[in-house]
Design a binder for this molecule. Sequence first.
Ligand SMILES: *Cc1c(COP(=O)(O)O)cnc(C)c1O
Length: 825
Amino acid sequence: MTYTIEKVTTLIGARRYGDKDTNIGFILTDSRSLCFPEETLFFALKSERNDGHNYIPELYRRGVRNFVVTNVPKGYASDYPEANFLKVVNTLEALQRLAERHRDEFNIPIVGITGSNGKTMVKEWLHQLLSPNMFVTRSPRSYNSQIGVPLSVWLMNEQTEVGVFEAGISQPGEMLALRDIIQPTIAVLTYLGSAHQENFESLEAKCREKIILFHDAETIVYNGDDEIVARVVGEYHDYKGEKLYWSLKDSAAPFYVKNIEKKGNLSIITYIYKGEEDSYSLPFIDEASVTNSIIAAVVSRKLGLTAEEVDKRMSLLEPVAMRLEVKEGQHGCTLINDSYNSDINSLDIALDFMSRRPDHKGRRHTLILSDIFQSGENPKDLYKEVSDLCRKRGVVKFIGVGPQLYEQSDEIQISEKFFFRNIEDFIKSEVFASLRDEVILLKGARQFGFDQLTELLVKKVHETTLEVNLNAVVANLNYYRSFMKPETKLVCMIKADGYGAGAVEIAKTLQDHRVDYLAVAVADEGVTLRKNGITSNIMIMNPEMTAFKTMFDYDLEPEVYSFRILDALIKAAEKEGVTGFPVHIKLDTGMHRLGFDPENDMEELIARLKHQNAIIPRSVFSHFVGSDDDSFDAFSAQQFALFDKGSKQLQAAFDHKILRHICNSAGIEHFPDRQLDMCRLGLGLYGINSRNNKTINCVSTLKTTILQMHHIKAGESIGYSRRTILDKDSVIAAIPIGYADGLNRHLGNRHAYCLVNGQKAEYVGNICMDVAMIDVTGIDCKEGDSVEIFGEQLPVQTLSEILDTIPYEVLTTISNRVKRVYYQD
Ligand SMILES: *Cc1c(COP(=O)(O)O)cnc(C)c1O
């Protein structure tokens, strides 16, 4: 479905500059995701830190011709002769307006889903339940924000028979805009919980905001057993539509859930709808899945599915994999595993992810794709579209698995391409055996056996892994940025291998989010980043005298903290013929670790810097000793005063701007008026708030699995030196993690615990080099079950407190043999 630029101009009420006629099929808000320039309309959105207008020249060069802006570039007619600029007052509102007008074109059922949890799962399951009967357009992944919702709604086209969209809010006032865009005929509130509660005065206030989505919907779906929800809905006296709530208690409810029975791995749900009793079985037993399935059942029955259809399809539901994982593969390959439902929109997001991640070795990009289920669309057109996407996103090798792709192989216009009817044929083939040094995106539906494929392709690792959530890194970055002025620059500290999380992948993510500097401890860490395609500015905090040449060669900017290193650096630079190499001057204001003395050294330092042109001070900085603790506030003030004086003295001696910085993570939060030109974010990026010892967004989770279980009698001892004697008959499990992995020996002998299926299991006996034993008496578990050492459920701070240390130490001592697995929601 396309719109002429003229039509778009009218729909969003813009003033048009430029007169080229074009058709618009794609909307772009993030310049990095450009795919089809000719038919793209770019919305130059402004955020506190970024301004889409800055990307117009680059996008024009790359072929984009249509822009929605608040400011038309000066001299547009000569600089951008082929372009149309649509001038509006607010580009975000214009985007929302366009989506709203697009929505108006459709007279079909539209399901709008809001709630604190479960939105994505309900949406995905509804898609699985409905798609055999009708063509469903839904939000890709969790595109549910003020920008995500319009982009989702825009995806509806002539074929769409039902739309399913998520609406997520984090602040009062946001739902109104989302409601106007989605205009749901069926509005769903999944669950009211405490997510984003900080911005609302009460749960009830948040509930009122959420159910703004309900206004004007023909049918509203909610939990009749939730008192707050029922009360707030009850206030709606003039609501004329259908209140289709579900209840486990009220047999008069429109959808009465009469019974929930668990049988092995199945849940059997019996319900009464429109006076008839029916049931379905679900292949999951956890509470969230059961609730989400009930909501999906209510909506699908409302949309006309029969009880038999619901039962049959519920039994086939697939888990919703939200993650896009990056794993190390066999034979020099990197695997990007995205088992999230295979549809063309999520394929595009995954391809975008692959094409954006820099790759040091310039390895080829390969896609292994299964048949896509998108009923309604003609397969020829569908795979033609897939082929276009792949070419635009730089895929050079295409492997199709499934009967439909096999049939449609002609539509895939990629020179290196292979097709197989099923996964077994592929695995037996030469093509499979010869996968080497490639970045491989695996995108396939479960029923094609892609699980098995992934297992064969990943490098076999020790069962202990550190899972790193890259979205959480970004969320933490934004959390700290929210304390900073938009113009303040940021250094992200990724020393000690990214505080244990793995510097390279963290750096890729940070570079993608345009941080100004990355900082590592030693030159070799910087070289590794460069070799992995990191082009951001890099600072070296502990430069070794032996590595100056490496720093010049790889553009790594050293910290300079003493006259000895200053002189050696100047000498080395002069010898290599280097001039104007940027360095960072450190002042010691109270830590008494490294740095020049701001009271006594400044004159001499300035004189020596002025006397040469090999190096040039780009920044000057110092470090707080106690910004995390209010009791040091007076000392921090003294440090700041010293720094302020010394750094101003340095600046006064030079004409160019020298960036001044002193705040670390805790400082950013505690002393926003001391942010100066730049801040240095460390621990906070990894989710740990050292001011209150809370977790902001958990980044790293250390996990392992149960190797073996034993029933041991009371009086027996566990482990070396018989340090734990059992006082009752117990069940003891062995897990493959020991002190050589970074599991501190002091945690043994019941000093600490890990979590097995959410329950605390104490370490018993001395922790061994590669294995530890835990007490799982009374915990429902078996061999192969997952064990959390720290992370999402068990904060790393719990362990650091027991060990009488700080989280920094626990994170950075996880050894290299523990594989890091990265994922994105
Ligand atoms: C490590 C480090 C930081 C970051 O400190 P956090 O407390 O982790 O935020 C900042 N500046 C310097 C000089 C550092 O060495």
